[in-house]
Ligand binder design. Sequence first.
Ligand SMILES: Cc1ncc(C[n+]2csc(CCOP(=O)(O)OP(=O)(O)O)c2C)c(N)n1
Ligand SMILES: [Mg+2]
Length: 665
Amino acid sequence: MSEKEVSFTDMANAIRALSMDAVEAANIGHPGMPMGMADVATVLYSDFLKYDPADPAWPDRDRFVLSAGHGSMLIYSLLYLTGYESPTLEDIKNFRQLGSPCAGHPENFLIDGVECTTGPLGQGLAMGVGMAIAERHLNAKFGNEVIDHKTWVLAGDGCLMEGINHEAIGLAGHLKLGHLNVLWDDNNVTIDGKVGLSSSEDVLARYQATGWHTTSCDGHDPADIKRALAEAAADPRPSIVACKTVIGKGAPNKQGTSGIHGSPLGADEIAAARVELNWPHEPFVIPEEIVSAWRKLGAHGAETRRAWEDRLAQSGEKDALVAQLASIDDKAAPALQEHIRALAAEPPKVASRKASEMALGPLTEKIEQLIGGSADLTGSNNTKTKATTPLTAEDYAGRYVYYGIREFGMAAAMNGMFLHGGVVPYGGTFLIFSDYARNAIRLSALQQAGVVYVLTHDSIGLGEDGPTHQPVEQVMSLRLIPNLNVFRPADAIETAECWALALQTPGTPSVLALSRQNLPPVRGEGDAEWTPESNRSAKGAYRLKGAEAARKVVLIATGSEVSVALDTAKALEEQGIGADVVSAPCLDLFGAQDAAYQDELLPADALIVSVEAGVTQGWERFTGRNGLNIGLDRFGASAPAATLFEHFGFSADKIVPQIINKLNA
Ligand SMILES: Cc1ncc(C[n+]2csc(CCOP(=O)(O)OP(=O)(O)O)c2C)c(N)n1
Ligand SMILES: [Mg+2]
């Protein structure tokens, strides 16, 4: 067979065969989506997507996001067939097995060609929105010659049904993200059965209502797919293409049913599919001429990339682009040095949300990659600075995104922006609403996306808004997420130190839990000569005050309760009881220190007392079985902050007797 004889159908069937065989070998997985979307994907990778398998990190590549992440075999097949180094055929044979990069769902940190981690439905599309924002921003800075690419998202019925879809497409439509194209696998089937079981929505009308261009195609007719994708690519609005497909296309008895969504076909149906598809080859055997036709397609991208490299060289922007794409991890702390030294000279009594704004001033002025934003709480989160002018449909060069009341959409968009590269997003909302965004925060951590969440109004200290708005369990529960640093700084200097740390860890996202109420300064002494190396918050906790009398007690506290701990220590010392105070702005970092450091701060011969205006569960890790945990294991109440702190026992008066009781017990 010569290359010419390889048909479109052969190429698409290679995806189908790999997908059904890999799922069969693993005895678990989702063959329906890859088999149904094989034709659309083949058109996309043949005629539209800009990619170069030899350079998966090429900055001006199109981004392809498989939002319907359960169909992961689609992307593994495409990457293998087009000639990416990873995955190999061997990896595909080990689909879903330990050590294979072909995990159950696509993971960006396992395979270079996977742009983001998907599986939680709806978030891939929402991350695509973030990627499209980042692309327009860099385009506005560097021009069409340097940055001009599209984001293609493959989404299923589930991605469109999820609530986050509403947030994501509203933002994309508003920002007129014309380089964003969604290919909807419109197969009318989900796990429970036909879509009609649970939905009668006119999806395209909804997209139209939010400013999108919509079109449809027969998802198994290459010419019609090509027509629709060309329309989408050309339209200045974000586009959705409803690709009418048959789930599991090619499996004669199971196609079109939910039965093929997420189960191996089984030996009989696999055999029948081989007949139906006219694919007589053994499992995992792709005839050489078909592989080579795919590889030839993949190789086209190299020319496009080389042409881009020439344009970049001629543009005179090369150094600037390299600088824009570089990690900012070494820039944050130096950018804050003068600021912190000035604070040390005259430590202010400000809310940590205000202190965050003060730190963001020099940070955003000196670090162009930072793009701020808030979910409609700009004036409360204090996230906007002079340097961050609004990023709008009219001015993508701006650096502040008005995300609207879309916490989940914002968090997912920030992930997409970070993973796109060239920008480092931070975004604000109330800490209490981190629960709305939680799965995207979790995905930041899993995907190693170093975004920063500015979460203000961090306790009962917010006062009169009452228990609906007062975080009690949020700080501790965010600490449970692996690879997420949760900072709760005590004053202005600690807040700046925590900002430095948050931006120093590009592979780890951060939460800054910040107060609404003013906080008395606890730092300043010894900070006049502050340097990045002297960041006292870097180990997560440090001794803020040593005992004067013989040490019997160590108080460990965070955020607004550090000053309460200092008051308590003072009252104890007045009674001859020596007490250290440990400020612990980040328990995640402290918990990662060696035992010697932890023991030095929290010695076994002292009573360890934690003070934090939130749930006490979890503090035992640091206070031990015989420690004392001062916290709030109930919801708050509506009242002024000072009243609440007194009422719920966060004062030296209330804490000292408990400590003395414990010491005497
Ligand atoms: C947020 C979220 N909820 C539920 C699931 C479990 N789940 C995976 S696929 C799926 C059905 C999706 O239907 P559709 O997008 O139409 O995919 P298709 O069956 O067409 O492949 C569900 C409920 C998930 N992955 N993410
Ligand atoms: Mg479906």
